[in-house]
Each structure stands twice: as structure tokens, then as C-alpha cells.
Design a protein around this ligand. Structure first.
Ligand SMILES: [Zn+2]
Length: 136
């Protein structure tokens, strides 16, 4: 009898559409930045808090619901910089949702390992947002 070769377990990672749905369940149906509803006329997108170019993973913990305009205009700006820009524009961004997602990302990286490029960036963003957000 031959023993089948062991393969590493396939992580149960939801795909992009599933992550978008889960982000809506977690944060509500509005863009976390400008608070526009993203259900019908405006399609929601998943916005990477730690940008991909900074090593941010495509995990639910690194993604929030954003309207296409905010996702596009934010570009590679950091979450703290874009949050400040939203406030400057007179919007009321959901700072608690952003901070909670970043804290969940921090825990997920600790649990799963890796993501070495994203770690210092994430730590700096967490320090800054925790300082700037009122009792989030
Ligand atoms: Zn928006």
C-alpha cells in the first residue's frame, strides 16, 4: 500500500467577491471613506488599507468597503493620509472601521506569519490613527 504524498492544506481564503460581501457585513453598506451607499447605483470595491505596493495582502483584514471614486482617488496614499484628506473634504470617514480592520490585520499577520514588508508600515499607521482618532 502506498501512502499518498502529503500536500499542504489549502487555506480557506474567500475570493474577491466573497471578501466584498464579508466587508459589507462587517462594516455596513457604505464606503468607509465618504460614507456613500455602495449597494445599487454605486458599486462597492474592496480597498486595500495597506496598499499592495507596500506589501499589503489581499485578506479581508486588509480590505474595507470603498466606492470606486475613493478607491481610485486614494491611490497609494496611506490610510492615515487618506483619512485626513477625507476630513479635509468635509466627509465623515468611518475611522473606527478603518482602525478595527488594521488591528485585525495586525493580529492576522501575527497568527499567520509572513508579510514582512507590510509590518513596519502597518505599525506606523496603527500608531498614527490611534493617536488621531477620538477613542476608536
Ligand atoms: Zn467613497
Amino acid at each position: 500500500m502506498t501512502i499518498p504524498p502529503t500536500t499542504p492544506p489549502v487555506p480557506n481564503r474567500p475570493d474577491r467577491a466573497a471578501r466584498l460581501r464579508l466587508a459589507v457585513e462587517r462594516d455596513g453598506p457604505r464606503c468607509v471613506w465618504c460614507r456613500r451607499e455602495c449597494l445599487r447605483l454605486v458599486r462597492g470595491t474592496t480597498d486595500h488599507l495597506v496598499p499592495k505596493v507596500k506589501g499589503g495582502p489581499s485578506w479581508l483584514e486588509n480590505e474595507v468597503l470603498a466606492c470606486p471614486r475613493c478607491n481610485r482617488e486614494r491611490g497609494h496614499a496611506s490610510p492615515a493620509d487618506w483619512f485626513a484628506e477625507c476630513v479635509r473634504r468635509g466627509w465623515a470617514p468611518d475611522g473606527a472601521a478603518v482602525l478595527h480592520a488594521l488591528q485585525a490585520l495586525d493580529r492576522a499577520i501575527l497568527a499567520r506569519g509572513g508579510q514582512r514588508r507590510a509590518r513596519p508600515y502597518l505599525a506606523a499607521q496603527l500608531r498614527r490613527l490611534a493617536r488621531e482618532l477620538p477613542a476608536a
